[in-house]
Design a protein around this ligand. Structure first.
Ligand SMILES: *Cc1c(COP(=O)(O)O)cnc(C)c1O
Length: 353
């Protein structure tokens, strides 16, 4: 039986994508498996180029000076690569939770980092607002969606310096003016594909401004000059990501999936707000449409509730240890029907209790 997968990442992918990529592992190109052909073969080079082009098309960034790369090492390696490639004197970071905290820690290895604002004082249950970003900094870094705490930036500060954003857990989930960003990165395994590749979208003209020597594998310019094939790319992860991007395009692109995501989130949050047995974790105005975090108002019901959702075929609902309670991750491929099943279990608990 197919489960209702609310896992925060790696997470649910469209069933048709899984079927096609499973088939490609067996036979991709004339009796050869996707994972045994040369990455330099025409069949795979076409996959890479198709995936890179689809990214720019879906984000509305075609012909605007941007390039897409499929790299390795996860979003966690981008914490370091961003600093290596862009940080000369000082950068500003917005601290909205665990992932921003880690990005700050890596960048600090290279230079001074200024935390422009932080919501640590309230265990990151809101997004700080009204801060200033000094215009003489090298760049400003933020995290669009805080996977662990369930907060999401609804708007981004206007700034005169390059804007860098970790969009690991909400890329391709909502329409935004993506031209406001100069560098976007995202680990594939939250909204795009399997673990193993990380998407980086860069406005090329921000590169080449630091004086340090950059190791080849860490240098965006090297990867760009080799069309994202400087070394053997993670072929399975890139292919599966390409299939997900094709699936999204066929659905009608980001604006179509955004409407679905809004329906799922509003159904989920209205249950959290109306059901007296549950309480939302994050501030209402900053709630994430991807990860809804909530707790039980009466911990004695934990065992009953846990049994109920597990019996309903739900997976991956436990909250992160730094928040506790529950987290319902509602990425692009999770259906509205899955959310209905969860909401039904929550109201059933209210009727029983
Ligand atoms: C999951 C996640 C990361 C870490 O990604 P890895 O690919 O595991 O390195 C970074 N940032 C955000 C916002 C995430 O959700």
């Amino acid at each position: 039986m197919k489960r209702h997968n609310f896992s925060a990442g790696p997470c649910v992918l469209p069933q048709e994508v899984l079927q096609k990529s499973a088939q490609a592992v067996l036979d991709f190109d004339n009796g050869l498996s996707l994972v045994e052909i040369s990455h330099r073969s025409k069949a795979f080079v076409d996959v890479m180029e198709n995936a890179r082009a689809l990214v720019l098309e879906l984000l509305g960034l075609e012909g605007k000076g941007y390039k897409a790369l499929f790299l390795q090492g996860g979003a966690s390696t981008q914490f370091l690569m961003v600093a290596l490639n862009l940080l000369e004197k000082r950068a500003g970071y917005l601290n909205t939770g665990t992932w921003s905290d880690k990005a700050i820690k890596e960048a600090k290895i290279y230079d001074d980092i200024y935390e422009v604002a932080s919501s640590k004082n309230a265990n990151f249950n809101y997004i700080p607002k009204g801060y200033d970003i000094p215009s003489d900094y090298d760049y400003f870094h933020c995290t669009s969606n805080n996977t662990i705490f369930g907060t999401q930036m609804k708007s981004f500060p206007k700034c005169d310096i390059p804007l860098v954003c970790d969009m690991s857990s909400d890329i391709f989930s909502r329409t935004l003016d993506f031209t406001q960003f100069d560098l976007i990165y995202a680990g594939a395994q939250k909204n795009m594909g399997p673990a193993g590749t990380t998407l980086v979208v860069i406005k090329e003209d921000i590169l080449g401004k630091v004086s340090r020597k950059i190791p080849s594998m860490m240098d965006y310019k090297v990867h760009l000059s080799k069309s994202s094939m400087f070394n053997t790319p993670p072929v399975f992860a890139v292919y599966t990501s390409m299939l997900t991007l094709q699936w999204l395009k066929k659905l009608g692109g980001i604006s179509a999936i955004e409407k679905e995501n809004e329906k799922k989130a509003s159904l989920m949050y209205s249950e959290i707000d109306l059901n007296p047995l549950f309480k939302g974790f994050s501030t209402k105005e900053d709630r994430s449409n991807m990860n809804a975090t909530f707790t039980l108002t009466n911990e004695d019901l934990k065992e009953t509730f846990d049994t109920m959702w597990q019996e309903a075929g739900i997976n991956g609902l436990n909250g992160h240890r730094s928040v506790g309670g529950y987290r319902a991750s509602m990425y692009n491929a999770l259906t509205l029907d899955s959310v209905k099943v969860l909401v039904e279990v929550m109201s059933e608990l209210e009727r029983k209790a």
